[in-house]
Each structure stands twice: as C-alpha cells, then as structure tokens.
Design a protein around this ligand. Structure first.
Ligand code: 3PG
Length: 306
C-alpha cells in the first residue's frame, strides 16, 4: 500500500523523516510530492495512493476522481475547509484532521503579530504594551486556548466568545465568557480570530464589527481569509485611521490594502502559523499514525466526514 504526502508548502525535513519512519515501519511505501504547482501533479501522484497526507492542499472532486485507490485523507492540521467532504463521502474516502497538534505554533504567532502591531510595525515611533489590555478571543478552540494561556504571561485581561464552548471551560482557564459578538469587539483592544471557515462564518467579520473596536484597536487574523468581508475591512480602515489589521493570511485584496493603509496592515507571504519544526513534527507524525491506524485497523477517531 502507498501513502502520498502532498504538500504544496512542505513540512520541515525532520518531520518528513518522522512521517517516513511511521509509514515504512508499518510496511507501507511513502511517496513525497512537495512544492507542486498544478492540480494535475496532485492528480497524477494520488492515482495510485491508498492514503493521503496533506496540509492546506486542495482536495476537490476532481482530485478524488483521480484517486482510484484512495481510502483515507488526513489533513495534518486543524482546518479542513480545503477538502470537499461531501465528495469524499461519495467516493468512500474517510477524511480526518489532527486537532491540537499545531495550535501552540499558531498561538505564538498571534503574539508575534500583536506586538508588531502595537509597536507600529517597528517603524521607530512610540507604541503601546499588551500588559493590562483586554484581549478578545473569537472562538475558544485549541488555538484560542493556547492564546489565552500565553496572554496571561503578557498580563492581558482575557475574554472569549464561543457558542460551542461551555462557559465553565473558559472559566476553568480564567477567561471571561462573552455571549455577544458585538460585546467582544466593543470591549477589547486586541481581538484574535480563531473561527473556522464555514457557511456560517464566511465574510462574517466586516465593517460593523471591526468599527466597534476601541481606539487603536488591532484585529489579528491567524484563522482564514474567508471569514473576513474584505470590502468591509477596507471601509473600516478608511473610516478609522486608528485601527490595524495583521494577518497570517493574505487577503485577496492584499496589495491594495498594503498600498492604501501602509504601516497599518501586515500580511505574511504564505500562511506561517503552523510553519514550525515542532508543529510539523506533531501534526505530520499524528497524521502518519492516523493513516496507518485507518489502513491497518479501520480506526477513524478523528473522522470529520460522515
Ligand atoms: C490549520 O488549519 O491547521 C492551519 O491553518 C495550518 O495550515 P497549514 O498546515 O497549511 O500551515
């Protein structure tokens, strides 16, 4: 049996070594497809694969059509909006993710970007500190929980909104639960986004919410560009010259925003949140173990499609 690791944005070499060991120790063959530039390359490589490990790589109906022997796809990471789940189910393919394995890396980058924003992108002018400032966490999943832990080290006052998370879970982490999205944006100098991209959340953060931020507010997005209404963001930055937007995800209108709001916006060139050796090793090896467990024993504990 063959397991394909297809990563347009490759894992650290040390993580690939670990993945290879898990796959080969199980008696399977590993094929590596890194930095590919076309869907055809993925379609060709996946044609003879029984298992597939990906990151943000797109697995749509056409890729699944080409994957004649495929039984399982594991997204080494959290978000699986890049996989067509309905089509995978139709093709009889199990889809899994590896929740929590890369969340500390993403959470650390939140603070890398928040500090950069409140220090005026390190442009030499006087900025502000994070200590004693309120931080609002928009969705209290694995990344949000790590953000809360680190925020306490900075001495921030932390609150969070998450209709899917019981208040007691937040309270146990010394985080104040918030029950309205408006309240979250209105009361926090820094808001950190951690909502997944779903039908419910796409373009859900726009002008109305962003302009609720207090003076000198900062919106940090290490989640997905799709959750932002980009025209609403542009309008908010125009009307509120005190606001900043820093994102690990390049918006579709990144160049226009960077030109119009120079010094107030920042975007990484590629999604960097999970791009650490530790996160690559944790998520990559978890994915390899999950592929093996599925192919060998039918274990599908982290399945995300029906
Ligand atoms: C995730 O959903 O796990 C993160 O966005 C990381 O994505 P990446 O593996 O493409 O860096």
């Amino acid at each position: 049996m063959k397991v394909l690791v297809a990563t347009e944005k490759p894992f650290a070499a040390v993580a690939v070594d670990g993945i290879r060991k898990v796959i080969e120790d199980a008696g399977y063959e590993l094929e590596l497809l890194e930095k590919y530039t076309s869907k055809e390359a993925l379609q060709n490589a996946v044609a003879t694969a029984d298992g597939l490990i990906i990151r943000s790589d797109k697995v749509d109906a056409e890729v699944l059509d080409a994957a004649k022997q495929l039984k399982v796809v594991v997204r080494a990471g959290a978000g699986y909006d890049n996989v067509d789940l309905a089509s995978a189910t139709e093709h009889g393919v199990c889809v899994e993710n590896t929740p929590g394995q890369n969340s500390n890396a993403v959470a650390e980058l939140v603070f890398g970007m928040a500090v950069m924003a409140v220090r005026n992108m390190y442009n030499g002018t006087s900025g502000t500190e994070l200590k004693d400032k309120p931080l609002g966490i928009h969705a209290f999943g694995q990344v949000g929980r790590n953000v809360a832990r680190i925020a306490k080290g900075f001495g921030m006052k932390v609150s969070a909104l998450d209709p899917y998370c019981p208040d007691e879970v937040m309270e146990a982490a010394e985080v104040s639960p918030v029950h309205s999205v408006e309240e979250l944006y209105r009361n926090n100098n820094v808001v950190s986004l951690h909502i997944p991209a779903t039908d419910e959340t796409r373009r859900s953060v726009g002008f109305d919410l962003i302009t609720l931020l207090p003076k000198n507010g900062v919106l940090v997005n290490t989640a997905r560009k799709e959750v932002i209404d980009e025209e609403g963001l542009r309008k908010a930055l125009r009307e509120r010259p005190d606001l900043k937007y820093v994102a690990d995800i390049r918006p579709d209108i990144a160049d226009e925003l960077a030109q119009e709001f120079e010094g107030r916006v920042f975007f990484t060139p590629k999604k960097m949140g999970a791009q650490t050796a530790e996160a690559n090793i944790n998520a990559g090896i978890a994915a390899a173990n999950q592929v093996v467990a599925f192919l060998r024993d039918g274990v599908d504990r982290f399945r995300v499609n029906k």
